[in-house]
Design a protein around this ligand. Sequence first.
Ligand SMILES: [Zn+2]
Length: 350
Amino acid sequence: MAGTKVCPYCGVPKEFSKENTWNSDGTITQTKNPDHRVLFYEAEGMNRMLANLEQLVGVLIDRIVIEGKRKSTYNYLQGMFSGIKLLIVKALLRRRVYETISARGAMLGYGHYELLDLKAGEFIKVFGRNIYSRTLFSGDIAAVFNLVEGIPAGLEFEEKDGGTVITVVPGEELEEEIATRLERKVLMPTPGDIAYDRCPKCGIPLEFKDYTWDLEAGTITDDNTGRRMAILGSEGIESVFRELEAELGEEISRTIIEAQRIYVVETLHLEEVQQHPDYLVRQLALRGMGNVVSFDISEGGIQATVENALPHLLVVGLLQGIFELFSGKGSDLSYDYNDRGTLTLNAKTR
Ligand SMILES: [Zn+2]
């Protein structure tokens, strides 16, 4: 992407380091909105977890996931473009807004997007390559359309030239019970003492020297694992989970944990989980998923406490999966997640 400045020391786009802050409490926050937490997470990990979930529940969940993501993105964008700003956008800058959003997406690892065509109030047509997650992206683009055009969105996809042409058109009106599912909870994080060696130029943790940005492709790759990463709003993922719970019932929490456990067992390597516990502490914190304050793993079981755990269901499934990889056996799980955001977890060999 032309014009993106990259840190001369660590190679990370400057805007990326400026916008996101890695804190000592295991969280990543948006520098300008510290109560908005984000995750730096495996894109494919999220997709695989959702695919596993769909298989476990046995019904298509795409529509529910898209709706959960749409609401959260809409809510977020509303904060960014409200009142007079939104009027200006609508009057003059539609194309600019769509283009700015796609340029930012490339830097955050969402893929490469081009605005192909646009007619106010009627449609937008976007070409995307390396789309980080078609389901989550569908929620995002529907939200952008809702905000800028002020109407519900319907989506059409067409595979073309090694990518996907996405057309957003006016969609069906949604029932408005939906707004009630948006209760965003902001937890005051519990302070922690994770220390990062930081880039002397831009301040991002030095671990980021091992990630490669391809700004043209819109990808971020972890050089150590080869996995693709992206910045995801944690509220977006929580909102997806809330939507699934509202549609499918409370027991979906257990199924989400199970979907995540399966992903971890299938994807992580034994060498990754056999490292010193510090490795896990750092990996979780780098992803913004919380601060592992106690961790005890043996052949028979795992006990862990994670402060500021988020999204806690994914942390639970991750730890259970790590234990099963480590022990080579199945496990029984119990956990508690309190209103301070502290997760305590116990899994024992079955
Ligand atoms: Zn740097």
